[in-house]
Design a protein around this ligand. Structure first.
Ligand SMILES: Nc1ncnc2c1ncn2[C@@H]1O[C@H](COP(=O)(O)OP(=O)(O)OP(=O)(O)O)[C@@H](O)[C@H]1O
Ligand SMILES: [Mg+2]
Length: 147
């Protein structure tokens, strides 16, 4: 387990960039933390590394945003989920979410703890905690099930 205290939005994004360098096709990142804890900022660091040109928006009102990117010449699709407003897993099954989570590319799930049973067992679990207005304690767990 690794813990980092970031002191600004930029530090969180930089931490995410370092983390994203080791992501591989098929990896899933499960982000867990309350409102405003920095999950979307962390995701921005990930899309930076994959040179996603499209501006990342908070997917709060959509279940999934898809970004096309590349890293070292290799193309990657980033699947950015936000489960905050999901009421039931049905909505995820309706969009065929498993194909995104278990297919090629990298998936990021905000509010992954809402439906722990639907998170791939190999997901990289990252917890974000708002310590103060500008500080976030970010904990990287080993890959292990959320449940
Ligand atoms: N150290 C920090 N790391 C990340 N964000 C920070 C930090 N300090 C302040 N902030 C601010 O906190 C906010 C984090 O917002 P963000 O949208 O990333 O949260 P979120 O976890 O995605 O929330 P939500 O659950 O609503 O989607 C931003 O306004 C950001 O500028
Ligand atoms: Mg968010």
């Amino acid at each position: 387990m690794k813990q980092v205290l970031t002191k600004s939005t930029e530090e969180t994004r930089e931490l995410a960039r370092q983390f994203a360098c080791s992501l591989k096709h098929g990896d899933c990142v499960a982000l867990i933390g309350s409102l405003g804890s920095g999950k979307t900022e962390f995701t921005r660091g990930i899309t930076d590394v994959f040179n996603c040109t499209e501006q990342l928006t908070s997917p709060t009102f959509t279940i999934l945003n898809i970004y096309n990117g590349s890293r070292s010449g290799e193309t990657f699709t980033i699947h950015h989920f936000d489960w905050y407003r999901l009421n039931s897993p049905e909505e995820l099954y309706n969009i065929g979410f498993e194909e995104y989570l278990y297919g090629n590319g990298v998936s990021v799930i905000e509010w992954a703890d809402k439906f722990p049973d639907l998170v791939p067992k190999t997901a990289k679990r990252i917890e974000l905690h708002r310590s103060t207005e500008s500080e976030r304690l970010i904990t990287f767990a080993q890959s292990f099930p959320l449940r």
